[in-house]
Design a protein around this ligand. Sequence first.
Ligand code: SF4
Length: 416
Amino acid sequence: MKIGLIDVDGHNFPNLALMKISAWHKARGDDVEWWDGFGQYDRVYMSKVFDETYSPDMPEPLNATEVIKGGTGYGLDNKLPDEIEHVYPDYFLYPDLTKDTAYGFLTRGCPRGCHFCIVAEKEGRRSCHVAELSEWWSGQKNIVLLDPNLLACPDHMRLLQQLIDSGAYVDFTQGLDCRLLTPENIAAINRVKLKQIHFAWDYMKESAAVLRGLNLYRELATRKIHSMYATVYTLVNYDTTMDENLYRIYTLRDLGYDPYVMIYDKPHAPQEIRDLQRWCNNRLIFKAEPDFSKYSQKKWAEKEEVPEQIGLFGEDGMKLSMLPHGGMNNYDRVMCMTPEKLAEFLKKVECRPPWDDAFVKACCYKCKTETVTMTDEPKRTLEVHPCDFADGECPHGSDIAWWLAQRCADNKEVEK
Ligand code: SF4
């Protein structure tokens, strides 16, 4: 069989389901490749993790006898069959992202049932052991653990021991439930080689339990990462006021944790919430200006000017006044390009994301002209762009990294 794979979200994070599907088919002797528009396929798998807000769907391919869609982005009721779920992933699908790194789950599900979270509905309201580490790790130097609530699993001490025994650097990327920390499990975490550890403080009503756990961890943790105990996801724009957001951020900082703002329903979040995220999540600015009330993005907004035509956009006749932002951001500029200009542009920036220097120099008018001089902790003087304040998101408009990555494929067609 000839199998085509489509990672609808782009190729910015390894898609575990596609890696398992690929491994399973290859073990049966099938040909597996990333789907392209020119071949003919017996079956195409489309996988989509994010919903429409963050990851637009794409049309079903016409050059396939059968198309199978799966992933949270297509609904919560689809799962991999057991025989595929438990195969060793085909990490070769994402060679750069999985270099010496294994990704996977030891447990699934969560008893908490937070209203903003899909885990309980999708995976069940219990944290259950689903795999041994050896199922998806075979000696890689790094482990990215995707478990939603490892500490809620009755088996978690045994599973932590597997992580200790691996000797690999572990990133608890989805967060450990700090309300479930005990002296015993902290002692085990102390013996894991930590690459990154995250906790969360989402609801104000959970504050007492969260602070109990964070204080216990402070007392017993034997290591810090970048001089902080851990990163703490801080949900905003859900059911907290700005005062409550700031209370959590300042409290975490005072306790020696790194607060990391996560915005619920980001596309519809007010500007103040976006400013809060930009201020808090960028370490440089968070240190330089510890008081949110003094931080103002106005200095960027006030300097908003209509950009000059630089020959890379607007050539299909779209007028600046037609654009929704009252000016052009990187997304607008790319969208205005003719296919030929787009091909030329992508070649120039090699599909780098919009906050990347090459992109900035080639396209973003404001980033190109605005710089700020800052002094960081070791007293180095740095010249930074506004984009540097946004932790990977173009502050002048939509995050087009995903979009650009998709257009790279189109670009190749244009070049042909
Ligand atoms: S504790 Fe975390 S994983 Fe569990 S429901 Fe809440 S947000 Fe989701």
